[in-house]
Ligand binder design. Structure first.
Ligand code: 2P0
Length: 311
């Protein structure tokens, strides 16, 4: 039996929209940091007859992982026996905390070890991307960029822009619900691509912000990072809200946390917020403000937990 683990990540420059559905090729580049306090552990062993996938102790009925294993064996020609996969996370799944990212990344790392593939990071990230595009950013830690210029599988892989230790930003996560989301990210982003009048402007603007963010991270410029992340978040939100029918992943507590962070910003605290396809708010700050940011989030009515995700 082989075990591997991976962390989910939070995108500061967002991926929202695909240019190729089956190959999960993103329509824009993205850039993330890891949520180190959150972890998915995955073990695999050779099965007798067929693949078996057990997530948090329950058989996976979605078929998503089994389908990905078929792609690895079929399209990519990996010579892989039937597997029993067991996976569990120390955070809520399917509620916007990127459990598919850490799940597919951990499974990719385990398969790499089981089959002795000895793949490098770009190759690992390409395999993980075929399961979930954000998983491409979870096969390593640090400031991770997922970029590609052509609409081709081999063109899209992750690269490390900077080690996390070189700029250990804090991330406090406000958990605002334990309810699974009603519309999956995959369905939501396809709806945005197919119906939002803001979609094309989003693609162009997000790429520009990505380029700026790579420079901001390299220069460790918090203000520039915050500014680009703000654009990317509100750009994605505009596209979600202008989709038909509109996509809403937030609740009242989400909005209350955002208000609390805006108040901190007005007081000069170096912090910014970002959200994904779920109600939780990720508040990114310089490390020395961890206690202050956490205390303010904890005091917001409706917040279920405030977790420092980057110790
Ligand atoms: C991101 N999200 O960049 C963006 C921001 C949600 C909002 O990646 O269809 O689960 O499996 O590739 O990776 C969530 O989408 O979607 C996501 P698929 P995924 O983190």
């Amino acid at each position: 039996m082989i075990s591997a683990s991976a962390h989910p990540n939070v995108a500061l420059i967002k991926y929202w929209g695909k240019s190729h559905d089956a190959l999960r090729i993103p329509a824009t580049p993205s850039l993330s940091i890891p949520l180190l306090a959150f972890r998915t552990e995955t073990s695999i062993e050779v099965a007798r007859k067929r693949d078996e996938v057990i997530l948090s102790g329950q058989e996976d009925k979605s078929g998503r992982i089994a389908n990905w294993l078929r792609i690895l064996r079929g399209d990519l020609g990996l010579d892989m026996p039937p597997l029993t996969v067991r996976s569990s996370s120390n955070f809520p799944s399917a509620a916007g905390l990127a459990s598919s990212a850490s799940g597919f990344a951990a499974l990719t790392l385990a398969i790499n070890a089981l089959l002795d593939l000895d793949l490098d990071m770009p190759s690992l990230s390409r395999l993980a991307r075929l399961g979930s595009a954000s998983a491409a950013r979870s096969v390593s830690t640090g400031f991770i960029a997922l970029d590609g210029r052509e609409n081709a599988h081999t063109a899209w892989s992750a690269q490390k822009v900077l080690d996390y230790d070189a700029w250990p930003l804090g991330v406090c996560v406000a958990i605002c619900s334990h309810t699974p989301k009603a519309v999956s990210s995959a369905a939501g982003m396809n709806r945005s691509r197919d119906t939002s009048p803001a979609y094309n402007a989003w693609l162009t603007g997000n790429r520009q912000m990505f380029e700026r963010t790579v420079n901001a991270v390299t220069a460790r410029d918090f203000e520039a990072l915050a500014s680009a992340a703000r654009w990317s978040f509100f750009g994605m939100l505009t596209v979600m809200q202008s989709s038909v029918p509109p996509l809403n992943y937030f609740n009242e507590s989400t909005c209350a946390v955002i208000q609390a962070i805006k108040t901190l910003q007005d007081q000069g605290v170096p912090v910014f917020f970002t959200c994904d396809a779920g109600p939780h708010v990720k508040c990114v700050h310089l490390p020395e403000y961890a206690a202050l940011v956490e205390a303010r989030i904890r005091a917001v009515p409706g917040v279920l937990e405030a977790i420092q995700a980057c110790p």
